[in-house]
Design a protein around this ligand. Structure first.
Ligand code: ADP
Ligand code: MG
Ligand code: MG
Length: 894
C-alpha cells in the first residue's frame, strides 16, 4: 500500500483522490497538476489515520521509509535540506480531512528550525528578525500542539501568549512584527523555559523528531474535543480520518514585499460575483484568520502589490473555470511571488448557495442539473427567513455598522460567553453572542445563539466562517463596538449595554441596532403575498428560477400537511400540489367545539353521543369546505380522528370543575370518565381506526362532514371539483380497514343521494404500524391509496416513543449507535424497509396504488431521497418545507 502521495513538480495525487488524501491534499495535488504555483510537499493518507487508531496509535511499518523519500523529493525540488546547517528546508505540517473542518485540528509551521538552522535562515534571508520570528512561532505551535503546553483552566491565559504580551510591553511595542531580533531571541529563551518547566522535557532540536512529533499531533487532533463536536454537528463519520499534509514553507513574513491572505472567488455571504478576501502584509499563516491584526480588503492589494494582485485575478479565473464552483483559497506572497496553499469549494450561506448556482448557469460554467445538485436543499429556507421590518428599522437607530457576514435578521439578548448564550437558548430565549473575536471554543455558544457579533476580524475570521456554514446571522469586525468582558459591557459611542440587554443585528447590511427590532416576512413571502413586485426582488427571482428547474426534474409530488385554509394557502403559494395530511383533531379544539367534543366523549350511550356529534357536524363541514375551496380542486387527504379521547379532556381539578358546571353534571362524572379513559401507553392505545371501530358514529359524522362539504363545492356557481381522499389511520389488519371503509362508502352514497350530486372520492389508509406494512397486499384490497405515517411507523417500528426518546438519543448519537435522530431523518435500513415492503406489497395487489408519505420526514432532504428511491408518488410536509422538498425531490431524481 502507498501511504505518501507527492505534489509539486512530481505529483501523484489529484482531486479524484479526496477520500484518500483529504480535501486539502487532493486539491493541492490538483492545483499542482493545472500549473498553479504550489510549494512542493506530500500527503500521508487517511488510511494511515485509520491504521493509527486501530493499532494503539502506531504507524504502518513502511510509512517511515516513504516519508523519508517524500522529504527527499521536496529537498530535490527546492534545493534545501531538512535539518541542514546550510540552506535548511522548513516545512508545514497540516491536517486535512475529506470534508474541511476549519480550525478544528492542528497545524504546525516553520518546522525544521532549531538553534542552528535559525542562524542559517537569518543569514541566508538577510533578515534576522524574520528568522527568529519564525522560530518563536514554531516553538509556540509545537509547544502547544505537540507538547501540550496549554492554558490549564478557563481563567488561565495561553502561557505563550501571556509571555508574548509581557515582552511586547517590555519592548514598548503594540504589534508582534515590531519586535526586534533581540526581543525575539529573548522570547525564544522564555518559551523554551516554559516548555521545560511545564513538561519536564526540552524543546526538541532534531528536525526528524520534530516532524514525527507533528505528524502524530495532527493525527491525534482528529480525536480532540472540538473536532468530535464538529463532526457530530455536521454528521462526519469518525471513521473517515484525517490526512496529514507536509509541505515546504513559503514566507509571507519576510518583509513588506510579502503577504499572506485568504480569498473567495465570489462573496460567500451573499453570493455576488466580486473578488472577495483579505490579506496582511508581512505576516504568516493564521494571522489573517486569527484576527490579531485587522486585515486589508483584497482590492487594496492592487495598489500595494499590483503584480501579485494581477496574478491572483488570473488564479481566480483559472480556479473557477477548473473547479466550476466558487473557491475559497489561501495564498502567500513571498518577495512578490505568489504561492497557492489551499483551495476548496467555498462554504457559503444558503443565500449565496442559491445565487452562485443560478449565476454559474447564466455564465455557462455549469448546467441546470449541476446547479440543482449544488444547492443544499435546506438553503432554500434561507430565502424565506424573516427580515427586519422596514418600518421598524426606520424608527430604530443604527448604532454602527460592521461587515455583513451572515445574512438575515436577529434580535436577542447580549451574551458575552458561550455558556451564557447556551443558557439563554435553553430557556427558549434569543441570544446574540458578542465577542471581540470568536475561537473554536465558542462553537457551542455560536450554535445556541441566533446571531453573532464580533468587534474584530474580517470576512475570513472564525466567526464569519462558522456563520456561513451554520447559516447564522453574523456581523463581524464592527470596530466601533467595544466589548469589555470583565465588566460585561458592550459600548458603541456613548451607549453602553449590559449582559442580557436587547440588541439587533442585520447580517445582510451589517447594521447594529439597540433593542429588539421587529421583523417582517422575507422578500419571497412579500412577493408571494403581492406586497412586493417580483421584478423588484432579485431574491425572489432566484427562488423562482430554482423552483422552476426543480419542478422540471422531480418525479415526486409535493403536498403539504395543513389543517386550515390559511396554512393551505401558504403552502400553495410555496408550490404544494395538494394536502397530504389534514389532521382533523386540530379542528376540535377551537372555541365551542371542544365543549361538544367533550359532551360526545362523556356520553353514556350511543344516542347521547350522536346528539353531540350532530352539533360538531356543521363545524367540521365548514372547515372542510374552507379547505376544499382554498385548495381549488387539488387533492385533499383528510385523516379521520386519530388521538386517544382522553387528550380532549381536562386533567386538572379546576378545569374539571369548570367543565362539570358547563355541562351541568357532577364533577365526579368527569373524574370517573377521565379515569376510565386513562391509558398507560396512549401511543399504542385506543386511537386511530380503533376509535372508529368502537364508535362508528364518529367515523360517520366525519365522513358526512367531508362529503357534504365536497357536495357544496360541486354546487357552487363555479363548481370546484374536489376529489376528497378519506384516510383511515393506524390500520394493522385488513379487516380494520374494511370495517371503516364500509361506513365511509355508506355515508358517501347517502350524501350523494340526498344532495343529488355525484362525485369521485377515495378511501385509503395510513401505513404506520409494522403489521400494516407487512400485510400491505391484503390492506391494498380495500385501500385506494396508502400514506406512510412515518412518525408513528418510526415509533412503532423502533418501539421508541418520540416523546421519551430525548432521554437517550443523545447518548446514542455520541456512541454512533444512531447517526441521526430517526424522527427527523428516516431510519432507511429499518423503518425504510417497512416503507419499501409496504409499497411493494401494496402495489402487488393494486398496480397503480397511489403512495405518499406524511411524517416529519416529508420535509427532510435525506429522507426524500429515500422515498424517491422506493418509488413513492408524493411526500407531504409542513408549508414552509414545501420549497425545500421540491428541490430535494429534484435532487433525488438527478
Ligand atoms: P486550516 O486547515 O486550519 O486552514 P492549514 O493547514 O490551512 O490549516 O494551515 C493554516 C495556515 O498556515 C494556512 O492558511 C497558511 O497560511 C499557513 N501555511 C500552511 N502551510 C504553509 C506553507 N507551506 N507555507 C506557508 N504558510 C503555510
Ligand atoms: Mg487552511
Ligand atoms: Mg400516526
Amino acid at each position: 500500500v502507498k501511504y505518501s502521495y507527492d505534489f509539486g513538480q512530481k505529483t501523484d495525487g489529484s482531486s479524484k483522490l479526496r477520500e484518500l488524501l483529504g480535501g486539502k491534499g487532493a486539491n493541492l495535488a490538483e492545483m499542482a497538476r493545472i500549473g498553479l504555483p504550489v510549494p512542493p510537499g506530500f500527503t500521508i493518507t487517511t488510511e494511515v489515520c485509520t491504521y493509527f487508531y486501530d493499532n494503539g496509535r502506531q504507524y504502518p511499518k513502511t510509512l517511515e521509509k516513504e516519508v523519508k523519500a517524500s522529504v527527499a523529493q521536496i529537498e530535490k525540488e527546492v534545493g534545501k535540506k531538512l535539518g541542514a546547517d546550510k540552506n535548511p528546508l522548513l516545512l508545514s505540517v497540516r491536517s486535512g480531512a475529506r470534508e474541511s473542518m476549519p480550525g478544528m485540528m492542528d497545524t504546525i509551521l516553520n518546522l525544521g528550525l532549531n538553534d542552528k538552522t535559525v542562524k542559517a535562515l537569518a543569514s541566508e534571508s538577510g533578515n534576522e528578525a524574520f528568522a527568529y520570528d519564525c522560530y518563536r512561532r514554531f516553538i509556540q505551535m509545537y509547544g502547544d500542539v505537540v507538547m501540550g503546553v496549554q492554558a490549564v483552566n478557563e481563567n488561565d491565559h495561553c502561557p505563550f501568549e501571556a509571555c508574548l504580551e509581557k515582552l511586547r510591553e517590555e519592548a514598548g511595542v503594540e504589534l508582534d512584527n515590531e519586535l526586534t531580533a533581540d526581543d525575539l531571541k529573548e522570547l525564544i529563551k522564555r518559551y523554551k523555559a516554559i516548555i521545560k518547566k511545564r513538561t519536564g522535557t526540552a524543546f526538541p532540536q532534531d528536525a526528524y523528531e520534530q516532524l514525527w512529533g507533528s505528524i502524530g499531533a495532527v493525527f491525534n487532533s482528529w480525536q480532540n474535543e472540538r473536532a468530535i463536536l464538529y463532526r457530530q454537528k455536521y454528521g462526519i463519520p469518525a471513521a473517515w480520518g484525517t490526512a496529514v499534509n507536509v509541505q515546504a514553507m513559503v514566507f509571507g513574513n519576510m518583509g513588506d514585499n510579502c503577504a499572506t491572505g485568504v480569498a473567495f472567488t465570489r462573496d460567500p455571504a451573499n453570493g455576488e460575483k466580486v473578488f472577495y478576501g483579505e490579506y496582511l502584509i508581512n505576516a504568516q499563516g493564521e494571522d489573517v484568520v486569527a484576527g490579531i491584526r485587522t486585515p486589508n480588503a483584497i482590492a487594496q492589494l492592487k495598489e500595494e502589490m499590483p503584480k501579485a494582485h494581477a496574478d491572483l485575478e488570473a488564479v481566480r479565473k483559472k480556479l473557477e473555470k477548473h473547479f466550476k464552483d466558487m473557491q475559497d483559497f489561501e495564498f502567500t506572497v513571498e518577495n512578490g511571488k505568489l504561492w497557492m496553499l489551499q483551495t476548496r469549494n467555498g462554504k457559503r450561506t444558503g443565500l449565496a448557495a442559491v445565487r452562485i448556482a443560478v449565476e454559474l448557469v447564466k455564465e455557462k460554467l455549469i448546467d441546470q442539473k449541476t446547479a440543482l445538485k449544488k444547492i443544499p436543499a435546506d438553503s432554500i429556507s434561507s430565502l424565506l427567513v424573516a427580515v427586519f421590518d422596514p418600518a421598524a428599522v426606520k424608527k430604530a437607530k443604527v448604532l454602527t455598522t460592521g461587515l455583513p457576514a451572515g445574512p438575515g435578521a436577529a434580535a436577542g439578548k447580549i451574551c458575552f460567553t458561550a455558556p451564557d448564550a447556551e443558557a439563554v437558548a435553553a430557556k427558549g430565549g434569543h441570544a446574540i453572542l458578542c465577542r471581540v473575536e470568536t475561537t473554536p471554543e465558542d462553537l457551542r455558544g455560536m450554535i445556541a445563539a441566533d446571531g453573532i457579533l464580533t468587534s474584530r476580524g474580517g470576512v475570513s475570521s472564525h466567526a464569519a466562517l462558522v456563520a456561513r456554514q451554520m447559516n447564522k446571522v453574523c456581523v463581524c469586525g464592527a470596530s466601533e463596538v467595544v466589548i469589555n468582558y470583565a465588566n460585561e459591557t458592550l459600548t458603541i459611542g456613548d451607549k453602553t449595554f449590559k449582559n442580557g440587554d436587547d440588541i439587533s443585528i442585520d447580517g445582510t447590511t451589517g447594521e447594529i441596532f439597540a433593542g429588539a427590532v421587529d421583523t417582517a416576512p422575507s422578500e419571497v413571502d412579500q412577493v408571494l403575498n403581492g406586497k412586493l413586485k417580483a421584478e423588484d426582488s432579485y431574491t425572489f427571482q432566484m427562488y423562482d428560477q430554482v423552483m422552476k428547474w426543480a419542478d422540471k426534474h422531480r418525479k415526486l409530488g409535493v403536498r403539504t400537511n395543513a389543517d386550515s385554509p390559511d396554512q393551505a394557502a401558504a403552502a400553495i403559494a410555496y408550490g404544494a400540489e395538494g394536502i397530504g395530511l389534514c389532521r382533523t383533531e386540530h379542528m376540535f379544539f377551537e372555541g365551542d367545539r371542544i365543549t361538544f367534543m367533550r359532551q360526545m366523549i362523556l356520553a353514556s350511550d350511543e344516542a347521547e353521543r350522536r346528539k353531540a356529534l350532530k352539533k360538531l357536524l356543521p363545524f367540521q363541514r365548514k372547515d372542510f369546505n374552507g379547505l376544499f375551496k382554498a385548495m381549488g380542486g387539488l387533492p385533499v387527504t383528510v385523516r379521520l380522528l386519530d388521538p386517544p379521547l382522553h387528550e380532549f379532556l381536562p386533567h386538572d381539578e379546576s378545569s374539571k370543575r369548570e367543565l362539570a358546571n358547563s355541562l351541568g353534571v357532577d364533577v365526579d362524572v368527569i373524574s370517573n370518565r377521565v379515569h376510565a379513559l386513562h391509558e398507560s401507553n396512549p401511543m399504542l392505545g385506543h386511537r386511530g381506526c380503533r376509535l372508529g371501530i368502537s364508535y362508528p358514529e364518529i367515523t360517520e359524522m366525519q365522513a358526512r362532514a367531508i362529503f357534504e362539504a365536497a357536495a357544496a363545492c360541486y354546487k357552487l356557481k363555479k363548481p370546484i371539483k374536489v376529489i376528497p381522499e378519506v384516510m383511515i389511520p393506524l390500520v394493522g389488519f385488513a379487516d380494520e380497514l374494511k370495517n371503516q371503509v364500509a361506513v365511509v362508502h355508506r355515508v358517501a352514497a347517502e350524501v350523494m343521494e340526498k344532495k343529488k350530486v355525484q362525485f369521485k372520492y377515495l378511501v385509503g389508509t395510513m401505513i404506520e404500524v409494522p403489521r400494516g406494512a407487512l400485510t400491505a397486499d391484503e390492506v391494498a384490497e380495500t385501500a385506494e391509496f396508502f400514506s406512510f405515517g412515518t412518525n408513528d411507523l418510526t415509533q412503532t417500528g423502533l418501539g421508541m416513543s418520540r416523546d421519551d426518546a430525548g432521554t437517550f438519543l443523545g447518548k446514542y448519537k455520541d456512541l454512533d449507535i444512531l447517526p441521526q435522530n430517526p424522527f427527523a431523518s428516516i431510519d432507511a435500513a429499518g423503518v425504510g424497509q417497512l416503507v419499501e415492503i409496504g409499497a411493494q406489497k401494496g402495489r402487488s395487489t393494486k398496480k397503480d396504488l397511489k403512495l405518499g408519505i406524511c411524517g416529519e420526514h416529508g420535509g427532510d432532504p435525506a429522507s426524500i431521497e429515500f422515498f424517491h428511491s422506493v418509488g413513492l408518488d408524493y411526500v407531504s410536509c409542513s408549508p414552509p418545507r414545501v420549497p425545500v422538498a421540491r428541490l430535494a425531490a429534484a435532487q433525488a431524481a438527478l
